[in-house]
Design a protein around this ligand. Structure first.
Ligand code: OMP
Length: 274
């Protein structure tokens, strides 16, 4: 199946734009999990179990798994088998190297771990991206305007042609998108700019982190980032959902929190602003 079809199917089948951010941090786990033989694995399994009915995608931030050493990669492999088949799996690795090396990153995430897509940094240009977008069944989210305070350091630099650097990245992404498998990372903390980015990017999918712990405005983010079909954006929420409780019954609270986001996101995308 082509990547874009898979992405659309994930959104339509789940009737959701919610992407669960899998950033498991040992120091933030509910205390009772310390009795489990593998607290991180148990936690992540519980999170998937408690959110899979309302999730369109799971984004695994690779740093949180790599930092666990060998076990992290094993954990990742096991968790990927638990993602429902219609749901999108995103490797958040922010890769992008000379073409020869990007080939290996593409093999790692697409073939060895069978992720549907990966986050990619645009800085090294087309040959660093081409190995990821060559395949029609896999895709990327290219960093455009990120959610963090430092995003302004480079992304908002004005070029000689009058555009901001992130706008140039978007124009390039549109022109490289022959296989319909490029999306953009656009931070929810940049909500006022998302409207113009949507206009510039056409129907391209967005991955939008920055809701919850980073304080992005959910309503403005949804209204400004969805495409003409009220789809085309995956709204990532990590800490605000996965650490919403440290009690023994945390799975129920996590499910409630994820369902609240699911409901609010659908309300905002399907109703006109007042
Ligand atoms: P929470 O702030 O806990 O919801 O997590 C946000 C997740 O999105 C983390 O995994 C970040 O690394 C990632 N992220 C951003 O926060 N901002 C960005 O601009 C881009 C990303 C990303 O590419 O996923």
């Amino acid at each position: 199946m082509k990547y874009n079809q898979k992405l659309n199917q994930a959104i339509l089948t789940s009737n959701s734009l919610l992407c669960i951010g899998m950033d498991p941090d040992f120091n933030k786990l509910p205390m009772h999990l310390m009795e489990s033989p593998d607290p991180i694995l148990t936690f992540c399994k519980d999170i998937i179990e408690s959110t899979k009915d309302v999730a369109a995608a799971y984004k695994f931030n690779i740093a949180f798994f790599e930092s666990l050493g060998e076990m992290g990669w094993q954990t990742l492999r096991e968790l990927l088998t638990l993602i429902p088949p219609h749901v999108l799996s995103i490797a958040d690795a922010k890769v992008g190297d000379i073409g020869n090396s990007s080939e290996k990153y593409a093999e790692t995430f697409f073939d060895e771990y069978q992720f549907d897509c990966v986050t990619v940094a645009p800085y090294m240009g087309f040959d660093s991206i081409e190995p990821f977008i060559r395949r029609e069944d896999k895709g990327i989210f290219l960093l455009a305007l990120t959610s963090n305070p430092g995003s302004a350091d480079f992304q908002r630099l004005k070029l000689e042609n009058g555009k901001y650097l992130y706008q140039e990245v978007i124009d390039k992404a549109v022109s490289w998108n022959k296989n319909d498998n490029i999306g953009l990372v656009t931070g929810a903390t940049q909500a006022p700019d998302l409207k113009a980015i949507r206009q510039q990017a056409g129907e391209m999918p967005f991955l939008v982190p920055g809701i919850g712990a980073q304080g992005g405005d959910l309503e403005a983010t949804i209204r400004n980032s969805v495409n003409r079909q009220s789809r085309g954006a995956l709204i990532n929420v990590g800490r605000d959902i996965i650490y919403s409780s440290s009690e023994e019954n945390y799975k129920r609270i996590v499910n409630q929190k994820a369902t609240e986001y699911f409901d609010k996101i659908n309300k905002f995308r399907f109703t006109l602003s007042v």
